[in-house]
Design a protein around this ligand. Structure first.
Ligand code: HEC
Ligand code: HEC
Ligand code: HEC
Length: 445
């Protein structure tokens, strides 16, 4: 045998092995379609727990488009790589997951693979959902399978090459995805462990609050150090929190379940939707989340509890920002009217002590919208009555007067961007006493 033949033979064998391993990595079998299970086959208690779990997991937030049918998908989720549309997870047999067995559903939640064996984009936060218990997946399945089936075929994603190649997700998973169920931390309380299980898994708090790397994976070792979503900053919610007042367990319970706390103000933007969902779940689940998160925030640094009381500070003579604040904001934010109807003393607002003014610009532009049918906090939006220059002057003044940290840079660009991306978000309901579960979440037999 000539030498080149041996080399070519070896190369062919190697190529074959590489091909097989790539195939094994990428290929996932189809799971056969089943007839949609009858809603009557699920116990009401199981469906009710499924509803609560779906609220903790924000399934409705991503899978129900504005004005769209419940869980019918079609919501555009923007990512740095393009727009991905959520899919229909109502039990329609053709366009939804009506034909999915529980095993197929569990594989999607655990491994990010659809019934046909395609890899799913991690915009669907299965990197968190992977740790959900069998029992909880079972309840979620029961809840989804008892919703109203809605016919709504998937919309094509708007991704550029190579991100539109689904098989490449297999490589992403190899690099960044760590499947596995939650392992309780010995030595911690039952409540702490249940909170950790929810926060790290179903509630996927890190999906927004953890910074991501260039390929869109959450950075290891930077959990809860601050991320971004839809042109909002999801602040650091660990020891690096920029909040002027330390977050303790009691404040977290109030903020997460009723949407506000006197020392911290209200939840807005994407967080308002999270809180709105949490207002409809049992108090014990939210209390456990708060127990775990209070530990993540760490103990209060000495002397941080009280921010300085409001001091008179007129700003430099002729400061246009000071004049706008006095005319448009002070009457509500220095009224001493209790929260949530009065505006918080702005020295307590994380928005003003954050590393950039994005959220502040969003709030000033859009205000705080009232919740239909309830008495709720209201702040007018100033996007229409102020031009960019006035808002820039106002933000710069607020930072100097009330903020912690150095003056912000690029304020002009951030204000311009806030104007372009203004989205109206639903505000949370004020607490469980008012909580009406969304129609989408209501129990059915
Ligand atoms: C941050 C947004 C987001 C949240 C929250 C979310 N999903 Fe999704 N989900 C998506 C997107 C986007 C897709 C489509 C991914 C793709 O096309 O690769 C998806 C796909 C799915 C699929 C696969 C459906 C199919 O036809 O392939 C299932 C099942 C699913 N989600 C269930 C859930 C459940 C259950 C919850 C709540 C526990 C949930 N999702 C929460 C964004 C989300
Ligand atoms: C969809 C993205 C998203 C998810 C999921 C999310 N957050 Fe947030 N969160 C935000 C944004 C954005 C803000 C800033 C809101 C604002 O400025 O009012 C925020 C604000 C907060 C704050 C207030 C911090 C401060 O100093 O003002 C806390 C506390 C918080 N989130 C905790 C959580 C917890 C706990 C979870 C999981 C149960 C969670 N978040 C899930 C986006 C998210
Ligand atoms: C009609 C009363 C009213 C006016 C006028 C008003 N606000 Fe508000 N504002 C509120 C209420 C109520 C809230 C919700 C409670 C809270 O979070 O402080 C709020 C919230 C805020 C927040 C979020 C605080 C936090 O972290 O929770 C900021 C920042 C803010 N307002 C800034 C301004 C600025 C700047 C102006 C002037 C351009 C202004 N507001 C004018 C009533 C008002």
């Amino acid at each position: 045998m000539t030498r080149w033949k041996i080399v070519a033979g070896a190369a062919a064998v190697l190529l074959f092995i590489a091909g097989c391993s790539a195939f094994a990595l990428v290929w996932r079998p189809t799971i056969a379609a089943v007839a949609s299970p009858s809603p009557a086959s699920f116990q009401p208690d199981l469906i009710r727990r499924g509803r609560e779990l779906a609220a903790i997991g924000n399934c409705n937030t991503c899978h129900t488009a504005r004005e769209g049918r419940d869980f019918a998908g079609g919501l555009p989720v923007s990512t740095p790589f393009g727009t991905i549309f959520s899919t229909n997870i109502s039990p329609d047999p053709d366009s939804g997951i009506g034909g999915w067995s529980e095993a197929a559903f569990r594989r999607a939640m655990r491994a990010g693979v659809d019934r046909d064996g395609h890899h799913l984009y991690p915009t669907f936060p299965y990197d968190h959902f992977t740790s959900i218990s069998d029992e909880d997946d079972h309840a979620l399945y029961a809840f989804l399978m008892t919703r109203e089936p809605a016919r709504a075929p998937a919309r094509a994603n708007e991704l550029s090459f190579p991100y539109d190649q689904r098989w490449l997700i297999a490589g992403w998973k190899l690099l960044f995805f760590r499947p596995g169920t939650y392992r309780p931390e010995p030595g911690k309380s039952v409540e702490w462990n249940h909170g950790a299980y929810l926060v790290e898994g179903l509630a996927h708090c890190g999906a927004c609050h953890t910074p991501r790397n260039a390929l869109g994976a959450e950075r290891t070792g930077a959990s809860f150090s601050g991320g971004e979503v839809d042109n909002w900053q999801a602040y650091a919610i660990n020891t690096r929190s920029p909040a002027p007042v330390h977050w303790d367990r009691e404040a977290l319970i109030s903020y997460l379940r009723q949407g506000w706390h006197a020392d911290h103000g209200t939840a807005r933007g994407p967080m308002a939707e999270v809180v709105r969902n949490l207002s409809s779940v049992p108090a014990s689940d939210v209390a456990d989340i708060a127990t775990y998160m209070a530990d993540v925030f760490g103990p209060s640094p000495a002397g941080q509890k009280e921010p300085p009381a409001i001091q008179s500070f007129a700003g430099p003579p002729g400061d246009p920002g000071a004049a706008i604040y006095a005319a448009a904001c002070a009457s509500c934010h220095e009224s001493a009217r209790p929260l949530p109807y009065g505006g918080v003393d702005l020295a307590r607002s994380t928005a003003i002590s954050a590393s950039d003014p994005r959220n502040l610009a969003n709030i000033v532009m859009s205000g705080v919208q009232p919740v239909a049918g309830e008495s709720s906090p209201i702040m007018p939006g100033f996007g229409d009555s102020m031009d960019d220059g006035q808002i820039v002057a106002l933000l710069t003044y607020l930072r100097a007067r009330f903020g912690k940290g150095p003056a912000w840079t690029h304020v002009e660009d951030i204000v311009k961007q806030a104007r372009q991306t203004q989205t109206a978000y639903l505000q949370p309901s004020l607490g469980p006493q008012n909580a009406r579960a969304d129609a989408a979440q209501r129990d059915k037999p």
